[in-house]
Design a binder for this molecule. Structure first.
Ligand code: C2E
Ligand code: MG
Ligand code: MG
Ligand code: MG
Length: 292
């Protein structure tokens, strides 16, 4: 055994480390059954027109209510689900649940030539889920099963989904576009995609990562970055959604720069299913304006 270096402090086992390790073990052990046990639910955050406040879409966000641990954040369990190769099942659950919920309200909306389009549904897709062969077929099956129109389904992928496996990404994108599903790049600006990628992989929208929005009032670099993304989007003729808008100052700044769509606590936190349904009911066929 190595002798203890007297110049270094003894590593003390703190109780909170024990708690963290136990929590991790419990999360790993329980994740596989969580959806089946009814502990997973979706909440929906409105995406609004920054000037009028009209809702153009909703982003579905997954929540895990653990009986002992309380709410476990997707930031914690989604990467784990990817590691444990459970993300495809979990992702299918999310897609089906979200499409079913939205179809239950807006399915009856008649789309006459003058009727405003019903709001879009944005669903997050993890990189592994997206790159797994057959993903587009899964989406197709869920659209068939729920009757939800493909054109209202917008999938959010991150830049890594496009970069990790170019051939599979190209194939999947082509298949999804053939279905009529739209693609948005989530957390745009934090990954490693380049102009060349955006050219090679046509997408329908970019979501500016909230880190840039948060720093809008604070540093010029963030302002320049956001301006650049807006210009890029105009050039490519794709939509832009600003994430994580918390203040009026941020909203006004974005509006002045010509950004139309945004989401964030300033407008609404993610809403429970019942509240979303109520909003959808009031909105559908009335004031909803689409994007993309
Ligand atoms: P994301 O897709 O970038 O989602 C935006 C996150 O920002 C959400 O956190 C949302 O609740 C939060 N947010 C919205 N507005 C504000 C704001 O004004 N201020 C701040 N500080 N935060 C705001 P959430 O729900 O914890 O989700 C975290 C991440 O987990 C998501 O980031 C997404 O990458 C992932 N995720 C969530 N649901 C799913 C899912 O169903 N499938 C997959 N694959 N990933 C998911
Ligand atoms: Mg997202
Ligand atoms: Mg995001
Ligand atoms: Mg994010």
């Amino acid at each position: 055994r190595a002798k203890r270096d007297p110049s270094r402090p003894v590593m003390v086992f703190r109780p909170e480390m024990h708690v963290a390790a136990l929590r991790q073990l419990q999360i790993e052990a329980d994740l596989p059954q969580a959806a089946r046990r009814g502990q997973m639910r979706l909440v929906y955050q409105p995406i609004v027109d920054l000037q009028s406040g009209v809702v153009g879409g909703y982003e579905a966000l997954l929540r895990w209510q653990h009986p002992q641990l309380g709410t476990v954040s997707p930031g914690e369990f989604v990467p784990l689900a990817e590691e444990l190769e459970m993300i495809s099942d979990l992702g299918s659950f999310v897609l089906e649940e979200a499409c079913r919920t939205f179809q239950s309200v807006s399915g009856g909306v008649t789309a006459g030539p003058d009727a405003p389009a019903a709001p879009a549904l944005q669903v997050n897709v993890s990189t592994r889920q997206f790159l797994r062969p057959g993903f587009a077929q899964v989406v197709c099956r869920i659209l068939d099963a729920t009757g939800f129109p493909a054109s209202r389904l917008h999938l959010e992928i991150t830049e890594s989904a496009l970069i990790l496996d170019l051939d599979e990404a190209a194939r999947t994108l082509t298949e999804l576009r053939a279905l009529g599903v739209r693609i948005h790049i989530d957390d745009f600006g934090t990954g490693h995609s380049s102009l060349a990628f955006l050219h090679r992989f046509p997408v329908d929208g970019l979501k500016i990562d909230r880190a840039f929005i948060a720093r809008l009032g604070e540093d010029q670099v963030s302002v320049k970055l956001v301006e650049t993304v807006l210009l890029l989007a105009r050039t490519l003729e794709v939509e832009v959604i600003a994430e994580g808008i918390e203040t009026r100052m941020q909203r006004d700044h974005l509006t002045r720069m010509g950004c139309r769509w945004g989401q964030g606590y300033l407008f609404s936190r993610p809403l429970e299913r019942a509240d979303t349904l109520a909003l959808l009911q009031a909105d559908c066929g009335a004031l909803a304006g689409p994007y993309g």
